[in-house]
Design a protein around this ligand. Sequence first.
Ligand SMILES: [Zn+2]
Length: 143
Amino acid sequence: MACPLCEQAARAGRGKHPWLIAELAESFALLGDNQGPRGWCVLVLKEHAEHVADLTADRQARLWDDVRHTAAAQRAVFGPVRINYECLGNLVPHVHWHLIPRHADDPQPRDPVWLWPRERQAGSMKDEDRRALVSSLRGALGR
Ligand SMILES: [Zn+2]
């Protein structure tokens, strides 16, 4: 499969994605590979579409519901200072949202995380801590 997010969505759909938080109406909520900012989530549209505008208005509304429910879960779990909502598609043109909690100990609070050094974005979270986060966020989503 050529699109890496189609591949991730397929794994999530089979229940084989290790960092699946929940299947939502239009997307799979995943704990992101990068955990520099703790709780960074990525919502991946269930099937390939390059542009949000290619979705019907109803689907766009349901996708936004996915975004706001996930953000509410992040707020419940972490109480972040803010959440950055980013739907870019510059590197992988498959509709996905980055929901990036920005915490009180944020080392560069004025910058988008894309300006952080690569290793700071990635963080050094252990798998057991990642699993605990997935579980907490899933619980906060009511799943
Ligand atoms: Zn795709």
